[in-house]
Design a protein around this ligand. Structure first.
Ligand SMILES: [Zn+2]
Length: 592
């Protein structure tokens, strides 16, 4: 069971070809005569979801964007959307009925894609004549409900079920080419036109309920990292407040979602208190079903989305929710940032989601232990445990055993540091103090840099703090002390079996999944999987990896005939560290 919630994000960084950069330079020179323009430009986005079909699925959302920007020259990029973001295909290539008009009339547009690269690549829309005055952009974003065509991916894409749709802005919003030389798009207005939907339909986003004007601190990037949900929704509280906790969901879970959200509101209150960050804006929790990797989630701007499925265990999901919420309070190391810095954001989220849930009384010590041992079991049996941190970004999406490392290694590293800080300070200080110091550093002098952590941990623990951090990055096994998780638990070892898919893991991320590199003697081979078999349905693995008993089922196509093969994806048994309850202390004494 548990815990990978697909949360590590690749930062959206503009990757422009030289030609585009040059043309952008030309626009600046043409339109502003070289002078900087600090004007702000209001931007309005109207979402008009279609009526749900007989399957209760919303087939598309019509999007209208209006803004008055300085003229854009013929041939210069006007609008863009990423082609793929965090391994999720956006609507870029499926958009219909795209049109742009301005004060003169319709504007002819051509599309231009960035060359493929390892970074985020964009589709750009380029006008054939200079634009003038207010621009109105209209298009239809179809909702395909395709299941994770690129393999493991966070739940960001447009999806629909149960008379509602949802998705993150970065997967369906075509936005003006944002650049430091452009005016600020402010204020940003979100408008909902629900007239085609069934009566009672609701439109809600990370910015709040219904039609809203985003606070002036919000920019185009926060639109991309916001979630939008419309149609027949569950809400808690029923009337979402202007500031503080709200939640919205569609679909049916095997447990009461409203009860879960009542409990989640308490976690939010605990976090605002613990992090001394009182609510000044709406804080949204979005839930929806996930047919591939149920139980995962991803953090967004002032909000997060988590997913459930017919077999989701509510106690497991509670820790995922605590994890995602933790991200929104702790944030990430911004320099270097991205996946290479995810040891911090994911390690902190795994470590503190569990610990704060225990401190808040949301989980029992027994549940704490179970979650800890899931992480420990997955980490200490991981055949890729020694992968250097620098190699993680390139291999993250391709291999589940690499993908879990920032989570598992990061959280064990923080447990090691916590033990050392407590020992060095005679119990006066803990990892909490270092975490608060990091947040303080970001407030005082953003962006938050990796060296800030190195400075802090070296100041706290001496040179050992630095060398241990370097060892963690180079792939050394992180092992907390036997008493590293409070007074109730101690360390032991147990024979556990390594996760073994049984063939080349990269196959699962390819557009056509054809098995290759079958390992002789593996459970996959013994169960009958063959090189050349086509896997017709995406395979979730991240949680499975932490569960010694989880069975993997492959839906295959061989010689044109479908077949299904199930097996226990485990290889050799190795001695792995686990923690057990010790002594006779009451549950209340286990909090640390
Ligand atoms: Zn996470």
């Amino acid at each position: 069971m548990r815990l990978l919630s697909m949360t590590t994000r690749q930062m959206i960084t503009p990757q422009r070809s030289l030609a585009v950069t040059l043309s952008l330079l030309i626009i600046i020179l043409c339109s502003f005569g070289g002078a900087a323009d600090s004007a702000t430009v209001p931007l309005t986005i109207t979402l008009r979801p279609a009526a749900a079909d007989s399957q209760q699925r919303v087939p598309y959302v019509d999007i209208t964007l209006t803004f008055t920007a300085p003229p854009v020259a013929a041939g210069a990029p006007l609008l863009k959307i990423a082609l793929v973001t965090s391994n999720v295909e956006t609507v870029a290539k499926t958009i219909e009925a795209f049109s742009v008009s301005d004060a003169v009339g319709p504007v002819d547009i051509t599309v231009k894609d960035d060359p493929e690269s390892g970074e985020v690549t964009y589709r750009h829309w380029v006008p054939s004549r200079p634009t003038k005055g207010t621009l109105t952009v209209h298009y239809r974003a179809p909702i395909s409900n395709k299941a994770a065509p690129r393999g493991a991916a966070p739940p960001l894409e447009l999806r629909s079920d149960s008379g509602a749709f949802s998705g993150a802005g970065e997967t369906f919003l075509v936005l003006p080419e944002a650049d430091s030389s452009q005016p600020h798009f402010q204020p940003i207005e979100i408008r909902w036109n629900l007239s085609d939907m069934a009566p009672g339909a609701v439109g809600i986003s990370s910015f709040g309920n219904g039609d809203v004007t985003a606070p002036l601190s919000k920019d185009l990037r926060s639109l991309q990292s916001s979630f939008f949900m419309g149609g027949k929704l569950g809400l808690y509280p029923q009337a979402p407040p202007k500031t503080g906790f709200f939640s919205a969901w569609h679909g049916t879970a095997p447990f009461d979602l409203r009860d879960l959200m009542i409990s989640e509101e308490k976690v939010y209150a605990f976090y605002t208190n613990f992090f001394k960050q009182p609510a000044t804006a709406p804080y949204g929790v979005f839930l929806r079903e996930n047919p591939v990797n149920a139980g995962g989630g991803v953090e967004l701007s002032g909000s997060f989305v988590a997913t459930f499925g017919p077999k989701t265990n509510v106690d497991d999901l509670k820790i995922t929710l605590a994890h995602e919420m933790l991200h929104t309070f702790v944030g990430a190391i911004e320099k270097p940032g991205g996946l290479v810095s995810s040891w911090f954001s994911e390690g902190m989220a795994v470590y503190y989601a569990r610990l704060l849930a225990l401190r808040a009384g949301q989980i029992t010590p027994a549940q704490f232990l179970e979650d800890l041992n899931t992480t420990a079991g997955r980490y200490y049996t991981d055949a890729m445990i020694a992968t250097p941190n620098a190699e993680i970004p390139a291999r993250f999406w391709a291999d589940t055993r690499v993908r879990v490392l920032p989570y598992d290694r990061g959280s064990m590293y923080f447990a090691v540091v916590d033990g050392e800080v407590r020992a060095a300070s005679g119990g006066k200080r803990t990892l909490d103090d270092l975490l608060f110091a990091m947040l303080e550093r970001r407030r005082e002098k953003p962006p938050l840099d990796e060296s800030a952590w190195v400075d802090l941990v070296t100041k706290e623990l001496g040179e050992k703090g630095r060398t241990e951090f370097q060892a963690m990055l180079s792939g050394a096994t992180m092992l907390p002390e036997p008493g590293g998780f409070g007074p109730c638990f101690t360390r032991t070892t147990k024979m556990l079996r390594r996760y073994q898919l049984g063939f080349e893991p990269k196959v699962l991320t390819e557009p056509k999944r054809i098995v290759r590199g079958l390992i002789t003697g593996s459970a996959a081979e013994r169960a009958g999987v063959r090189d050349g078999d086509e896997i017709t349905q995406p395979v979730p693995q991240d949680r499975m990896q932490g569960d010694q008993e989880a069975i993997l089922t492959l839906k295959l196509l061989r010689d044109g005939k479908p077949l299904e093969i199930s097996y226990l994806p485990r290889g050799e048994a190795v001695e792995a560290y686990q923690w057990i309850r010790t002594g006779n202390l009451p549950d209340s004494a286990c909090v640390f």
